[in-house]
Design a protein around this ligand. Structure first.
Ligand SMILES: C=CC1=C(C)c2cc3[nH]c(cc4nc(cc5[nH]c(cc1n2)c(C)c5CCC(=O)O)C(CCC(=O)O)=C4C)c(C)c3C=C
Ligand SMILES: [Fe+2]
Length: 407
C-alpha cells in the first residue's frame, strides 16, 4: 500500500481542523417516548431501542425530520404510475393508511385462505411492533409535470438536481417522483415497511432507486449522549440546530405562510438528498492530524483563519455571519455501505439528508460555498435529488397531500 506524499498531509490536517475536531457545542433535541425523565436527544443521536417505541403519525408535520435519529434508515425513490389525478389520490390515501398502521403497530392480518398469498410478509411475526418507525413522504419536481395537472401548485423552489463541479452523478441513483425516508430502530422493521408498501401499490409505484443507511452503534449505545461518527471518522451532526426549539424549527425547517409559496406547502419542508461516496481506501492511507473536539467556534476572534482556516468545511458551511443566518439547515445524515464499486473499491459513504424552509437559501447556497473545498479530494457525490416533504396529516379522515390534491 503506497504511502501518501507529504504534500497531501496539510490538506488532511486542515480538513480535520475544520471538521469533527471543531464541531461546535452539543445541542439537544426532543425527548422521545420511553426515554427517562430529563434525557434529551439531538437529531444526530439515537433514541432508546425498544420495539414498543412509537412516533405519532397525526400532526402538523410529518415524523422523521425533527424525530431523534433511529439506528436504521432507507431511502426509496419511486416513479409514480398513477394513471390520472384520481389514481394519485388513491395512492396518497393508500400510503396514509399503510403508514398510519405500520408506525403505530398492531396484529399482522391473518391469512385464512392458504390458496392466497399472505397479507403480510410475516418477517416481524404475528405482531407488528412500531419499533420507532417513521415513514416520511416527499415529492420530486417531476410529479408536477403535465401528468396530474399540478404544475401551477409546484413549491416555488422545487427543482431537479443538477450537477455540481465535483459530482459524478449516476442517473440510476438520481431523482424520483416520490421519496420515502423510512427509519426505525431495526433494519427488520424498515424492510418490513418497504415490503408492505410495495405489496399494496404494485400498479401505483415503481422503485427507481434505493439505499440503506445506519448510524454508528457506538452512538446508538450511548443513548443520545454521543453524536454518530461517520465513515471518515468524524462526529457528524453536532452543530445541528436544536430540534426541541419549535420557533427555531419554524424559522429554519418548516415552510410558513410568510414565504411566497402555495398555501398547501405550509408545514412542509424542502429536502435535499445526496449520496456521497467516500474514497475510504485513500482516506485510510492518509496520516491523521489533530485529535480534540472543541466548542462552538467564534470566527470574529479568528478573522484570518489562524485557528479555523477560512476554507475549512464547517467555516464554509456556516460562516456564522448575519448574512448567512438564512442558510441554516437541519442535517439528518446516515452512513451507507453497499458492496464494491465497478472499479473494485469499497462503496461506502454518506446518505446526506438535510431539511430547510427554502432550498435556495439552505442547501444550494451552502453547497455553492462548499464547491472546491479540500474535502472534495476524498468524496464523490453520485446521486440523490431534491424533494418537498408533504405537510403532516392533521386528523384521521385526512390523507397525505390532500391540501395539494384538493386545492
Ligand atoms: C451542502 C451541505 C453539506 C454537505 C453536502 C456536507 C457534507 C459533508 N459534511 C461532512 C462532515 C461534517 N460536516 C460538519 C458540519 C456541517 N456540514 C454542513 C453542511 C454540509 N456538509 C453544515 C451546515 C455543517 C454545520 C456547520 C456549523 O454549523 O458549524 C461537521 C462538523 C460537525 C457537525 O456539526 O456535524 C462534519 C464532521 C462530510 C464528511 C461531508 C461529506 C462527505
Ligand atoms: Fe458537513
Amino acid at each position: 500500500m503506497g504511502k501518501i506524499s507529504d504534500a497531501a498531509m496539510p490538506a488532511r490536517r486542515r480538513l480535520l481542523k475544520g471538521l469533527g475536531l471543531l464541531s461546535g457545542a452539543a445541542v439537544v433535541g426532543g425527548c422521545p417516548p420511553g426515554a427517562a425523565a430529563g434525557e434529551r436527544f439531538s437529531p444526530g443521536t439515537l433514541a432508546p431501542a425498544a420495539r414498543e417505541e412509537r412516533q405519532p403519525f397525526y400532526g402538523a408535520h410529518q415524523a422523521g425530520i425533527v424525530t431523534p435519529q433511529q439506528a436504521a434508515m432507507m431511502l426509496v425513490a419511486f416513479d409514480v404510475l398513477a394513471s390520472d389525478k384520481a389514481d394519485l389520490v388513491r395512492l396518497c390515501k393508500l400510503l396514509t393508511a399503510r403508514i398510519a398502521f405500520l408506525t403505530q403497530g398492531g396484529e399482522a392480518p391473518p391469512t385464512d385462505n392458504p390458496q392466497l398469498p399472505p397479507l403480510d410478509s410475516g418477517i416481524l411475526g404475528a405482531h407488528i411492533w412500531p419499533d420507532n418507525l417513521t415513514i416520511t413522504v416527499s415529492l420530486g419536481a417531476s410529479l408536477f409535470d403535465d401528468r396530474y395537472g399540478l404544475a401551477a401548485l409546484k413549491p416555488a423552489r422545487l427543482q431537479t438536481m443538477t450537477r455540481f463541479p465535483n459530482d459524478a452523478l449516476d442517473a440510476s441513483f438520481c431523482h424520483g417522483d416520490l421519496l420515502l425516508q423510512i427509519c426505525a430502530n431495526t433494519h427488520d422493521t424498515v424492510i418490513h415497511a418497504l415490503r408492505d408498501i410495495v405489496k399494496h401499490t404494485p400498479d401505483l409505484l415503481s422503485i427507481r432507486w434505493r439505499r440503506e443507511g445506519f448510524i454508528s452503534q457506538h452512538a446508538a449505545r450511548s443513548r443520545g449522549r454521543e453524536t454518530p461518527i461517520n465513515l471518515l471518522g468524524f462526529k457528524d451532526g453536532s452543530a445541528n440546530p436544536d430540534t426541541a426549539n419549535s420557533r427555531l424549527m419554524e424559522r429554519i425547517v418548516w415552510v410558513t405562510p410568510e414565504q411566497s409559496e402555495p398555501a398547501w406547502t405550509h408545514g412542509g419542508s424542502y429536502q435535499a438528498v445526496r449520496i456521497i461516496q467516500f474514497r475510504v481506501e485513500f482516506w485510510d492511507r492518509t496520516p491523521l492530524g489533530m485529535q480534540h473536539e472543541h466548542d462552538e467556534p467564534d470566527y470574529r476572534q479568528d478573522p484570518q483563519g489562524k485557528i479555523i482556516p477560512l476554507d475549512a468545511h464547517i467555516r464554509l458551511a456556516n460562516p456564522r455571519t448575519p448574512e448567512t443566518q438564512s442558510s441554516l439547515m437541519l442535517r439528518r445524515g446516515y452512513s451507507y455501505s453497499a458492496g464494491v464499486t465497478a472499479a473494485g473499491q469499497l462503496d461506502m459513504g454518506l446518505l446526506f439528508v438535510c431539511y430547510q424552509h427554502d432550498l435556495e437559501k439552505g442547501f444550494l447556497a451552502v453547497q455553492r460555498r462548499l464547491n472546491g473545498e479540500a474535502l472534495e479530494e476524498y468524496i464523490k457525490p453520485i446521486g440523490g435529488g431534491y424533494f418537498f416533504v408533504l405537510p403532516g396529516v392533521k386528523n384521521k379522515p385526512d390523507y397525505l397531500a390532500q391540501p395539494l390534491l384538493e386545492a
